[in-house]
Design a protein around this ligand. Structure first.
Ligand code: ADP
Length: 261
């Protein structure tokens, strides 16, 4: 649709803008932190100055984290993709995620039998799941449930034609559904935009979903968010099936298409 196309173009422009700034800013930050480190080493005897330098360093570290997320949004983050089993990937984060969610939120993970492998930066993917879990937690202050489901899925040409930025093919779908307060249409429309947040100052930076969006796109995948007020939120991550070398002990059927890459 035209609205979706306009939105995609807006995100593209925003990405280019923030990416350029974040990249330059990051280089400048490295000059700052490099010199602060030097000072930290030299100021051992002087507690007062030492504290001032430590404070400056803590600020610089927060700024570095922010630029990291902006680089992720603008798809300029260096990635280290590796072949991974999505079941395993989700499985190994459940402990961290349940700790993040707290005692009042139930976490259920549903794995896919014979899940296709994916090619992904595992560390960043865990970061993505953590960010989405934090959003789910914030949407369920009185408790609730987060379900994470892994499934193999096929996007056909018909479906792809309706959506702006999905190409047909085989994907692993990682779907996160919460029973939280959900979003109204206006919030949903803007949720992925960088710096858009409905949270209090200091609680949210509005970069969580932007970072997720950029990372998923950079990984060749797609992100879809569905939500209604009072109905909870569903975030769907489509990650392209990897057709790389299949190990002998892998029970996967050989792909019918020409292997990519
Ligand atoms: P932040 O979490 O820092 O606000 P995000 O980009 O992750 O930044 O999210 C932007 C906004 O989208 C949130 O402030 C919130 O209004 C909305 N949102 C994101 N995830 C959810 C969710 N699971 N349930 C309800 N609202 C959400």
């Amino acid at each position: 649709t035209e609205a979706a196309l306009r939105q995609a173009q807006k995100m593209e422009t925003l990405g280019q803008l923030t990416g350029g700034v974040a990249h330059d800013f990051n280089n400048l930050l490295q000059v700052v932190t490099g010199n602060l480190e030097l000072l930290q080493r030299r100021l051992d005897g002087n507690d007062k100055l030492r504290r001032a330098v430590d404070n400056a360093m803590a600020g610089a570290e927060r700024a570095a984290m922010l630029t990291q997320r902006l680089l992720a949004f603008s798809r300029r983050q260096p990635l280290a993709p590796e072949r991974a089993d999505p079941n395993h990937l989700v499985g190994q984060t459940t402990e961290l995620l349940s700790r993040t969610l707290g005692a009042t939120i139930e976490l259920e993970t549903i794995q896919a039998a014979g899940a296709w492998p994916i090619e992904i930066d595992v560390y960043q993917m865990e970061n993505v799941l953590l960010n989405l879990a934090v959003n789910a937690r914030d949407a369920m202050p009185d408790g609730g449930k987060l379900t994470i489901e892994v499934a193999n899925t096929h996007i056909d040409a018909l479906y792809a034609a309706q959506e702006e930025d999905i190409s047909p093919g085989q994907y692993v779908l990682i779907c996160l559904s919460d029973t939280g307060h959900g979003m109204d249409a206006d919030t949903l429309r803007r949720a992925i935009e960088p710096f858009f947040t409905t949270k209090e100052v200091g609680r949210g930076t509005g970069l969580g979903l932007s970072m997720v969006y950029g990372f998923i796109k950079q990984s060749g995948g797609h992100l879809r968010v569905y939500s209604e007020p009072g109905q909870g939120t569903t975030v769907k991550l489509y990650l392209p099936r990897s057709y790389g070398e299949i190990a002998a002990n892998d029970q996967l059927a050989a792909p019918s298409q020409t292997p990519k890459g």
